[in-house]
Design a protein around this ligand. Structure first.
Ligand SMILES: *Cc1c(COP(=O)(O)O)cnc(C)c1O
Length: 436
């Protein structure tokens, strides 16, 4: 097995082993790691791809990347534990498909990345007697996916910081009802305050030596790799594997699309990826003009995509060696207004009987625009369960959202959180008192 090293895009010249790349991704200079070369899966794998299970795909793909670091039996365990929910591909029309990524425990696609990272961390820390503390600042979805994934993991404490009064009722329920090794801190401030507190903790040597602070933010490579699995799985569910296909990805921080391009580099047969965006469209502008100009983020109904300066964009550039022509020959991009998104949710319901969340609807719009000139098979990614955006969805589709069983239990659980001032000393004292 090849032994792959990871280089830091933010600090060229720094090359580290897997362990440092994923466990210390936020220490010192912000780590934005990528593998120093990308393995191509063997043709045997692609011959057998049709009908292959998600867990088998996850194992084979991670073996190609991590096989030099982790033995097969352990990898099998990690991928089996992580990818234990359905990711069905549904056909809406002759050449129109939707990949449902929201069947994980917290009902958004972030479960795939968070669950794999949790299982990988557990393996990497197994022989370590030291405990680690994961700090996550969240504006909503990420915190619950990470907390749920690390629930009851040995030797790992998770502390979530969320802005008081700025997450939805549903999101707060998810963040505060887990208990066990998960602590929810309700910060009197906004998301930027939460992020600032987390960054200050990373830079605090005393706190680090006591608690071994680690991040679980979306730029961690351990969250990127598992997002490639479902691109392979989507294609494996197409009836004919060698037909032309485009995949449309609703994009914010661009982790999902980066994983798509990574799977293509590993040999997956996809003709085009479509970057589907909302009013935050710096990357779409780059595609059109060759110039990248990050903008302040703007609020929309697809709030998980409200990112003005996507942190994974440098990764995408590096995958194309900064070559705009290569970039644009694989990736097309479009952006849409809230009004168009609402109209798309209505259209999906009326034309195909499909109730989509707003993020999936943006992906549908990108695909539809692309298909006007390209009559090929198209898959759009549905990244969240409609219940997470219940009122917008019900208004647009004219139908009630079916509430999943797991969600009904959640609504009855007790919420527990600790309210703190947005003050670093307060946070530090709390962490040392409760976790040391
Ligand atoms: C995070 C998120 C996105 C954006 O994904 P990126 O990888 O950040 O581009 C899209 N939809 C939903 C529901 C999300 O939670």
């Amino acid at each position: 097995m090849e032994n792959i090293k990871y280089f830091n895009i933010n600090n060229p010249g720094e090359r580290v082993p897997l362990r440092s790349a994923v466990l210390k991704s936020n220490a010192g200079i912000q780590g934005l790691y990528m593998p120093d070369h990308i393995p191509v899966l063997p043709s045997r794998f692609f011959r057998n791809l049709e009908g292959m299970s998600l867990q088998k795909i996850a194992f084979e793909v991670s073996r190609a990347m991590l096989g030099g670091d982790i033995p097969d039996r352990a990898l099998e365990k990690i991928t089996g534990k992580a990818m234990n929910f359905e990711i069905p591909l549904r056909q809406l029309d002759e050449k129109l498909f939707v990949l449902e990524l929201f069947h994980g425990p917290t009902l958004a696609f972030k479960d795939a990345g968070a669950r794999f990272m949790a299982a990988l961390f557990e393996y990497l820390l197994e022989k370590d007697s030291k405990k680690i503390t994961i700090l996550v600042a969240t504006s909503g979805d990420t915190g619950s996916a990470v907390a749920n994934a690390f629930l009851n993991r040995k030797g790992i404490n998770v502390v979530i910081l969320y802005p008081s009064g700025r997450v939805s009722a549903i999101q707060e329920k998810m963040l505060t009802t887990m208990g066990e090794n998960i602590t929810a801190l309700e910060v009197i401030g906004d998301f930027d305050d939460c992020q600032r507190l987390v960054k200050e903790s990373f830079n605090d040597k005393e706190l680090n030596s006591e608690l071994n602070i680690t991040s679980a933010n979306s730029i961690n490579f351990a969250r990127l790799l598992p997002q490639t699995f479902y691109y392979f799985y989507a294609i494996s569910q197409m009836k004919k594997l060698n037909i032309q296909t485009a995949i449309s990805v609703p994009s914010g921080n661009f982790g999902n699309l980066t994983a798509g391009v990574l799977s293509w580099k590993m040999g997956l047969n996809v003709d085009h990826f479509i970057a589907s965006c909302n009013l935050n469209h710096a990357v779409v502008d780059y595609l059109n003009s060759g110039k990248y100009e990050p903008l302040p983020s703007r609020q929309t109904i697809t709030n998980a995509m409200d990112v003005g300066n996507p942190s994974n964009f440098p990764r995408l550039l590096s995958l194309f060696n900064d070559d705009h022509e290569k970039f644009t020959s694989l990736i097309k991009g479009y952006w849409f207004t809230d009004k168009e998104t609402i109209e798309a949710m209505r259209e999906l319901q009326e034309k195909y009987g499909y109730q989509s969340d707003p993020h999936g609807a943006v992906a549908y719009l990108g695909l539809k625009t692309f298909k006007e000139k390209n009559n090929i098979n198209g898959i759009f990614l549905e990244t969240a369960h409609p219940v997470k955006f219940q009122s917008d969805v019900e208004l647009a589709s004219g139908r009630k959202v079916e509430v999943p069983e797991s969600f009904k239990n959640l609504l009855q659980s007790e919420m527990r959180s600790v309210k703190i001032k947005a003050d670093y000393q307060v946070l530090k004292n709390f962490l040392l008192d409760s976790l040391r």
